[in-house]
Design a protein around this ligand. Structure first.
Ligand code: ADP
Ligand code: MG
Length: 137
């Protein structure tokens, strides 16, 4: 487990990019933190690190966005709306976790499971203004 402090959105992106570049195929990440903590910003950095052409945004209507990278695809889930409009019984996340890419899930607490045995938890915390604490692992 490692804890980092970032002082700007770009610092968060750089941290995420460097970290994501070394991840093996099949990695699943749970990204926790309050609204505005920087989860999507972190995912943008991951996309940079994986060589994706498109900048991730918060998926408004679709739960899943896919961003093809240089060798791996980034699968970005945002489960914020789960429970409001979607029946999680109809969502077999585990079934859709591909082995050929990197999966990152915002609001993982909205999905009761099942999760794969090995997931990497990341926690982002608001530290005032542009300061964030990012705990990986
Ligand atoms: P979430 O997905 O957790 O709701 P977002 O990444 O969409 O959060 O938004 C985070 C907001 O906080 C953005 O407006 C971003 O510019 C701002 N921000 C300020 N400082 C940081 C930082 N150090 N890391 C990440 N985001 C930051
Ligand atoms: Mg978000």
């Amino acid at each position: 487990m490692a804890s980092h402090i970032t002082q700007s959105p770009d610092e968060t992106r750089i941290l995420a990019a460097q970290w994501a570049a070394s991840l093996p195929a099949g990695t699943v990440i749970q990204l926790r933190g309050d609204l505005g903590a920087g989860k999507t910003t972190f995912v943008q950095g991951m996309a940079q690190g994986l060589g994706c052409d498109t900048v991730p945004t918060s998926p408004t209507f679709s739960l899943l966005h896919e961003y093809p990278g240089k060798t791996l695809t980034l699968f970005h889930w945002d489960l914020y709306r789960l429970g409001e409009s979607t029946d999680w019984n109809q969502l077999d996340l585990a079934d859709q976790l591909p082995g050929n890419g990197i999966t990152v899930v915002e609001w993982p607490e909205r999905y009761p499971g099942p999760w794969p045995d090995r997931v990497i938890p990341i926690h982002l915390r608001f530290n005032g203004q542009d300061n964030r604490e990012i705990q990986i692992g």
